[in-house]
Ligand binder design. Structure first.
Ligand SMILES: Nc1ncnc2c1ncn2[C@@H]1O[C@H](COP(=O)(O)OP(=O)(O)OP(=O)(O)O)[C@@H](O)[C@H]1O
Length: 270
């Protein structure tokens, strides 16, 4: 499905992503984890040709369904983006512009990639919004700043999946949300993924989310891949010191659980 090999990205001759290689299989939820600045976002932006002009890809290839995305024209890449590969970003600034209604942005996407009539585009957008648990007609006419963070991300998933892409790149899609909303968003993404059997590239710094949702994980540090494998292996038997460090930094769910209280509570329950 997606094969990144030897990808190197530089800023003024300084390498920021260094010779990384990873593969995302069909229907796989592949997490890319690592601390801030490790190169996760740049690597994912390079796939869709979304790197800023100050950055240069100086090496490697990104094969998507057999085509090297680094050698296709900008207009072909625009067609692939949205229809075959879609992005879900951290917040509305990434997924939706605040200057247009949600509906206008759905309509633009459908106009660019389909031959549907206006009425059909409207029906499809409303149905897609309903599918992610939103009130379709209402949300269609709203601006992103008139929605909660969770609603924006539901709408972003609806937009990201409306054309049934083969690959969804979700870059920290729940970082700006509380943990309950975040869990519902990731569950929704997982359900949608199962329905279409698309692949997900999931960028996160939260190893708890890696464990819960992904089938494969790539750990990055300072622009390099340091470890890859199944989360069950990488998180329980990490080989690299950096992975060990990341695991040791996971905050416990209950810091210093009150022992006496737990015992008393257990007695109460009994
Ligand atoms: N446009 C840019 N120009 C120069 N350097 C950049 C640019 N964008 C990112 N960088 C640098 O590249 C490195 C990797 O950034 P990247 O955004 O990929 O990290 P990340 O792992 O996604 O971090 P985060 O989790 O904070 O999003 C960082 O050191 C960052 O400062």
């Amino acid at each position: 499905m997606l094969n990144i090999s030897g990808l190197t990205i530089e800023h003024k001759s300084t390498p920021l992503v260094k010779n990384i290689t990873l593969a995302v299989g069909k229907g796989e939820w592949h997490a890319i984890a690592g601390e801030s600045g490790s190169g996760k976002s740049l690597s994912s932006l390079a796939i869709g040709g979304l790197l800023s002009e100050t950055l240069t890809v100086t090496g490697g290839a990104i094969h998507f369904q057999g085509v090297n995305l680094l050698s296709v024209s900008k207009s072909s890449l625009r067609k692939i983006r949205g229809k075959e590969i879609s992005y879900i970003f951290q917040d509305y600034q990434g997924s939706f512009t605040p200057f247009l209604t949600i509906g206008t942005q759905f309509d633009e996407m459908l106009r660019e990639h389909t031959v549907l009539l206006k009425k059909e585009r409207y029906s499809l957008a409303v149905a897609a919004l309903e599918e992610v648990g939103l009130s379709g007609q209402e949300v269609f006419h709203r601006y992103s700043f008139q929605l909660s963070g969770g609603q924006v991300q539901r709408a972003a998933i609806a937009l990201g999946m409306i054309l049934k892409p083969k690959l969804i790149i979700a870059d920290e899609p729940t970082t700006a949300l509380d943990s309950v909303t975040a869990a519902s968003i990731l569950t929704l993404l997982k359900q949608q993924q199962k329905k279409t059997n698309c692949s997900v590239m999931f960028i996160t710094h939260d190893l708890r989310l890696v464990k819960k949702y992904s089938n494969f994980v790539t750990i990055m540090q300072n622009g390099e891949v340091v470890e890859q494998g199944k989360p069950g292996d990488v998180l329980t038997r990490p080989k690299h010191d950096y992975t060990k460090h990341l695991i040791s930094a996971i905050p416990p769910l209950i810091p210093n659980p009150p022992r006496r209280l737990t015992v008393e509570h257990a007695a109460e329950v009994r």
